[in-house]
Design a protein around this ligand. Structure first.
Ligand code: DX5
Ligand code: ZN
Length: 228
């Protein structure tokens, strides 16, 4: 069976010590760093900008998974890409299909990856099933965008299953983001997630390293790498 990647979300980390927080999750075996960009418009919070991504780029070798929860990504994606993001994820609700096609060419030319994010209330766009779909990742948001520490919405699980079916034949990752913790991780993986984003359950539980390792153990047990 496929592996599962764990992407700690630094939105929930200690922002006065991002370098330390990132090095702790890197040492504990994180697969990438999830960077949430909220603009106070698309999402009711303001988080960080390209300068922070550039600074983070210098302190880790892990891929940077930048989730743009912003209006007008057409205008703002480029600084995040050139700051060192490896994956740029844009919201379906915030842009057009024609821009996404254009962006995919640029992102792939630079050897980076493109993600499409869907808010909990957004259905899977019909064109996502097409062969020409240009995405490397589909991010299913399982909380409303903006803040860490919210509760996972189990109502998104059927959508995760449907996205996983589409993704299967195309090597797309299925990323589930929001409220992921030790209790729900198994159900999310069983629904077809290949990337778990986790903020509060990694950075706000006390010991960051053991939180990540416990989530890894749950993921491995779920996919059968380790006997239960
Ligand atoms: C939602 C963000 C998430 C979130 C993750 O606005 O896209 O990445 O902060 O944090 P937790 O795991 O605490 O929900
Ligand atoms: Zn996110």
């Amino acid at each position: 069976m496929r592996g599962v990647k764990i992407a700690p979300s630094i939105l929930a980390a200690d922002h006065a010590d991002l370098k330390g927080e990132i090095s702790r999750v890197e040492e504990a075996g994180a697969d990438m760093i999830h960077v949430d960009v909220a603009d106070g418009h698309f999402a009711p919070n303001i988080s960080l900008g390209p300068d922070t991504v550039r600074a983070i780029r210098k302190v880790t070798r892990l891929p940077l998974d930048t989730h743009l929860m912003i209006t007008n990504p057409e205008k703002f994606y480029e600084p995040f890409l050139s700051a060192g993001s490896d994956i740029i994820t844009v919201h379906a609700e915030a842009t057009s299909r024609s821009f996404l096609n254009k962006l995919s060419k640029e992102v792939h030319r630079k050897d980076k990856k493109l993600g499409l994010a869907l808010k909990p209330s957004t259905s899977i766009p019909s064109w996502l099933g097409k062969e020409t779909n240009p995405f490397d990742v589909i991010l299913v948001l399982s909380v409303n965008p903006g803040f860490p520490g919210q509760s996972f919405m189990p109502s998104v699980l059927p959508k995760v299953r449907r996205v996983a079916k589409l993704a299967n034949s195309r090597l797309m990752d299925v990323e589930v983001d929001g409220g992921v913790d030790l209790e729900n991780a198994s159900a999310i993986i069983e629904a077809g997630a290949t990337v778990l984003v986790a903020g509060a359950s990694i950075f706000r539980r006390g010991d960051v390293k053991s939180a990540l390792q416990e989530m890894r153990a749950v993921a491995q047990r779920t996919i059968g790498e380790v006997p239960a």
